[in-house]
Design a protein around this ligand. Structure first.
Ligand code: URP
Ligand code: ZN
Ligand code: ZN
Length: 470
C-alpha cells in the first residue's frame, strides 16, 4: 500500500523543512511541499506538529550472544520489536563466534538466527576471534557475501580476544579488501592482572569492575589499535568509547591522519560509575565493558559528540537478566557484561542531547542514522530521507512526555538500566520500507519483515586501488 506522510517537518543531517513525503513500494518516490494526487488506498499519516526523521540505525548490538557462561536474552524477534518501538529501523549485530569456533559456521549460525525473525532490517559486523590458515579464506567468503565490516576485541582474553599478531593480520586483510574494522579497545593482559589482584585482596563486588579496567587500560587499547591502523593502512572504528583519556588517544591519532572513527554508546553519556557501586544486584545491572566512568568524563563525550568528533552513538545492547547477573555474586569477574538499550537510545539522546542543547537536531540525525549508514556502506539506501532511499521513516512526537521503566519496555529483560529517566518525545509512527511497524509505542507490524542488508567494501587504500587498476 502506498504511504503519504503529510504536513510534517522533515529533518535530515543537513536540512529541515516542511514537506509531504510519498512512498510507493518500499522506497521514497516523492518529496514536495504539497502532495495530494495519490491513488485510492494510500495510507495517509498526518504529521502536523511532528518531526519526520530517517529511520535510526544502531551500529552496535548483541542479540544472539553466547558469553560469560550464558546467553544474552534476546531473539531477533524481541530485539527488533524493541528497536522499532524506539525508532531504530536497522541494526548491525556483532557476529561473535568464540576463539574455539569456526568463523564461517558461526557466520551462518548468526545469519540463520536473524532470518525470518527480525521485524527490522539488519546487517552484521564479523568478529575475527582468532587467526589461522582457515581464517583468511573464510573472511574473504564472508565479505563476498555482503558483510563488509570486521570486529576485533583487544579484551576478553582467551574467549573473543585477539593478540597483536592476530590484529595485524586482520587489519592487513581489511586494508586489502577495503573493509572497515571495529574494535573493542582495552588491554586484555592488564585487565586480567588487575582482576586477579583485586580478587586476591577480597575485592569481589561489582564496584570493583571499574577499578579492574581503569581509563588507562582503554586509552592504551585505543592508542595501540590506532598504531596498528597506521602501519597496516586499514580504516578503523573504536566501539563504545567511554572516557576522556581514550577520546584523547583517538583524537591524537586522527590528528596524525589515521583513518579512525569513534562510537560511543548511550550509557556512557548518561550513567556513571556510582550505578555499578550500588550494593548487590543493583550494581551488577550496570556492569559493562568498558565500565561506567567518573561523571566528569561525560562532558568530554557530549562536547565531542556535538562537534562531530564522536561520529556515532550506538547502544552495545546486550541484555542479561537479574538471575544471569547474579552469576557474578561474590566474584565481579563472573558478572555477565552488558546492558540493554536498543529501545531507549533515540529517546534518551533526543531528551538529554537535543533538548538540553548538547547537540543540534542535524547532529542527532547524523550520529544516530546518517553517519552509521555512511560508515558501514548502507547509504544512501538508509540514513536519509531522499527520493530513492528506503522508506524507513520515524514520525516523532516532540510533545510526548514519559518515563522509562522495565514495567513498560518491550525489551526482553526484567530490568531497565535507565529506570526512571524522563523522556521528552517518542516515535509516533515508524515504518520499515514503506510499511507501518509501530504506532504510538505499540508494535503493529509484520514480524519477520526484516531483510539482511548486503554491503560493499568502501575503504580501499590507494595501493589497493592501484593494484586493481594495474
Ligand atoms: O559489556 C559489554 N560491552 N558487553 C557486550 C560485549 C562487548 O564488549 O561489546
Ligand atoms: Zn565490547
Ligand atoms: Zn559490544
Amino acid at each position: 500500500m502506498p504511504l503519504l506522510i503529510k504536513n510534517g517537518e522533515i529533518v535530515t543531517a543537513e536540512s529541515r523543512y516542511r514537506a509531504d513525503l510519498y512512498a510507493e513500494g518500499e522506497t521514497i518516490t516523492r518529496i514536495a511541499a504539497h502532495i495530494d494526487d495519490v491513488p485510492p488506498g494510500t495510507e495517509i499519516i498526518d504529521a502536523t506538529g511532528k518531526l519526520v526523521f530517517p529511520g535510526f540505525i544502531d551500529p552496535h548490538v548483541h542479540i544472539y550472544l553466547p558469553f560469560m557462561a550464558t546467553f544474552a536474552k534476546d531473539t531477533h524477534e524481541t530485539a527488533s520489536i524493541a528497536a522499532l518501538v524506539g525508532g531504530t529501523t536497522t541494526y548491525i549485530e556483532m557476529c561473535c563466534p568464540s576463539r574455539t569456533e569456526d568463523a564461517l559456521a558461526g557466520y551462518e549460525l548468526w545469519k540463520s538466527r536473524a532470518e525470518g525473525s527480525s521485524a527490522c532490517d539488519y546487517a552484521f559486523h564479523m568478529a575475527v576471534t582468532r587467526w589461522d590458515e582457515q581464517t583468511e579464506k573464510q573472511l574473504r567468503q564472508i565479505v563476498a557475501d555482503g558483510t563488509a565490516s570486521f570486529k576485533i576485541f583487544l579484551s576478553y582474553k582467551n574467549f573473543f580476544g585477539v593478540d597483536d599478531a592476530e590484529m595485524f593480520h586482520t587489519l592487513k586483510l581489511a586494508a586489502e579488501l577495503g573493509v572497515i574494522t571495529t574494535a573493542h579497545c582495552e588491554n586484555a593482559e592488564l585487565v586480567a592482572q588487575l582482576q586477579q589482584e583485586l580478587l586476591a585482596a577480597g575485592k569481589t563486588g561489582p564496584e570493583w569492575h571499574e577499578p579492574s579496567r581503569p581509563v588507562g587500560v582503554e586509552a592504551e587499547g585505543t592508542g595501540r589499535f590506532a598504531t596498528f591502523l597506521k602501519h597496516t593502512g586499514a580504516t578503523g572504528y573504536v566501539v563504545h568509547l567511554s572516557c576522556a583519556a581514550a577520546l584523547d588517544a583517538a583524537l591524537a591519532a586522527k590528528r596524525q591522519g589515521v583513518p579512525l572513527h569513534i562510537e560511543s554508546v548511550a550509557p556512557h553519556f548518561l550513567l556513571d560509575k556510582t550505578y555499578a557501586e550500588r550494593p548487590g544486584v543493583e550494581g551488577m545491572k550496570h556492569v559493562m565493558s568498558p565500565p561506567l566512568r567518573e561523571r566528569s568524563n561525560q562532558d568530554a563525550l557530549w562536547t565531542a559528540l556535538g562537534a562531530g568528533f564522536i561520529d556515532t552513538v550506538g547502544t552495545d545492547h546486550c541484555p542479561f537478566d537479574l538471575e544471569q547477573k547474579l552469576l557474578g555474586e561474590g566474584n565481579f569477574t563472573h558478572i555477565p557484561n552488558g546492558i540493554p538499550g536498543i529501545e531507549e537510545r533515540v529517546n534518551l539522546m533526543y531528551a538529554y542531547g537535543v533538548k538540553r542543547g548538547r547537540m543540534d537536531l542535524h547532529r542527532f540525525v547524523d550520529a544516530l542514522s546518517t553517519r552509521p549508514a555512511q560508515l558501514f556502506g548502507l547509504a544512501p539506501r538508509k540514513g536519509t530521507l531522499a527520493v530513492g532511499s528506503d522508506a524507513d521513516i520515524v514520525v516523532y512526537d516532540p510533545d510526548y512526555r514519559g518515563t522509562l521503566s522495565a514495567k513498560t519496555q518491550h525489551t526482553n529483560n526484567d530490568y531497565n538500566g535507565f529506570e526512571g529517566f524522563a523522556i521528552e518525545g517518542r516515535p509516533s509512527v515508524v515504518t520499515v520500507r514503506g510499511q507501518v511497524q509501530v504506532r504510538d509505542g505499540h508494535f503493529v507490524g509484520e514480524r519477520g519483515r526484516g531483510q539482511f542488508l548486503r554491503r560493499q567494501p568502501q575503504y580501499f587504500t590507494q595501493q589497493a586501488k592501484d593494484s586493481h587498476a594495474g
